[in-house]
Write a protein that binds this ligand. Structure first.
Ligand code: UDP
Length: 351
């Protein structure tokens, strides 16, 4: 029996909590580091889990180093990953997503520990003039196309891209064993947070539309909702992660897209599909209006969108991974959780 010790930095967030639950179905020991444990109360109680409540920005008294040194694999999920944050606090986004994450990378180098670094599909940037097959983003051949500096939304993708390049460079110069993961719009239970009023926050699109449905405020389509994303059920995503964790040789020094290419949709169609699913699940015939808003109004100046994001997932399908959830099933599974938990106004409590 293998007792791999996996250190999950940012392991109590949306992806980390689902990944931790999946890994505990196997014989792993988990060391989870995060700023709170709200989403992992169940996971924490498992005796194969050690939890450290700490913020890597607070400086290190040696704890982080000790955790990394003791780990067989480090999975780094720590990041701000919400477009509103890139627009509102670009410096803090770079500080956490680049400066602080780089320290973890350097600790992995110094302790000779394998690193699985979460990046983002956003590093591919804008679709630009791509057509046909070029629209599908491939890890080792697609160009990374950022918008102008004044559209500072791209600071996030730029910071993540530099982090990827530093990880890659540490592989070349310092023999670091690494894999970089580029997630394509994972959705599922407990993604982001719900908002009771439209101006109470700006979660990503699934949580934003889910909030609108539950609390009866408009669903806003940014710039008409013409841009597209490929949505991936969180269970398919964490299953792909198991392939990567177990495939140390296959995935060593590889960038790996994780996504469901067949689930591409416009945001406009996503809104209508979520309304359909909501009506069917809640039996509530009164659904909120769908309205259009400009990117600048919704996010602030400096926002620019990616038109399309379709992943090439050959690196995973070659190993046997296949996504199980189509778009409707993805929404049905994720939305049923919220409809059951929150669709009673008097019992509302916001996570
Ligand atoms: N979006 C939208 N309404 C919302 C939230 C987001 O139309 O309430 C759009 C956003 O402009 C983008 C897409 O949905 O085109 C996906 O945005 P999200 O914030 O989920 O993440 P991204 O894929 O941009 O990182």
């Amino acid at each position: 029996m293998i007792h791999t010790n996996i250190a999950l930095f940012g392991g109590a967030g949306f992806i980390g909590s689902h990944l931790a639950r999946r890994l505990l179905r196997e014989d792993y020991h988990l060391t989870i580091v995060d700023i709170d444990d709200e989403k992992i109360a169940d996971v924490r109680s498992d005796d194969r889990v050690d939890f450290y409540e700490l913020d890597i920005r607070d400086g290190d008294d040696g704890t982080v180093w000790t955790i990394i040194e003791a780990a067989d694999v480090v999975i780094d999920l720590i990041a701000y990953a919400n477009p509103k944050q890139y627009v509102d606090m670009p410096l803090e986004v770079v500080h956490l997503n680049y400066d602080q994450n780089l320290r973890l990378v350097e600790d992995c180098v110094a302790t000779d520990t394998r690193l699985i670094q979460f990046s983002t599909s956003e590093v591919y940037g804008k679709t630009g003039g791509r057509t046909g097959e070029d629209l599908v983003f491939s890890e080792d051949s697609s160009d990374l196309t950022m918008g102008p500096v004044e559209n500072h939304r791209w600071i996030y993708a730029t910071a993540k891209q530099l982090l990827e390049r530093m990880v890659h460079a540490h592989g070349i110069e310092n023999d670091l064993d690494w894999t970089v993961i580029r997630p394509f719009n994972f959705i599922g239970r407990e993604m982001d947070y719900l908002i009771r009023e439209p101006d109470a926050g700006t979660p990503r699109v699934f949580a934003s539309f889910m909030s609108a449905l539950l609390y009866d405020h408009p669903m806003y389509l940014v710039d008409g909702g013409e841009n597209r994303r490929s949505f991936t059920h969180i269970s398919d995503a964490v299953e792909a992660m198991v392939y990567v964790i177990d495939g140390e040789e296959r995935y060593n020094r590889e960038v790996v897209n994780v996504g469901t290419p067949g689930n591409e949709t416009t945001i406009h169609d996503l809104a209508y599909l979520m309304r359909d699913v909501y009506e069917a699940q809640s039996g509530n015939g009164s659904v909120p209006p769908i309205k259009t808003v400009s990117g600048a109004e919704f996010y602030g100046e400096g926002y620019e969108d990616c038109e399309r994001r379709i992943p090439d997932v050959t690196k995973l399908t070659d190993a046997g991974w296949e996504p199980q959830y189509d778009l409707r099933e993805t929404l049905e599974e994720a939305m049923s959780y919220y409809v059951e938990k929150y669709d009673q106004p008097e019992a509302v409590s916001l996570d």
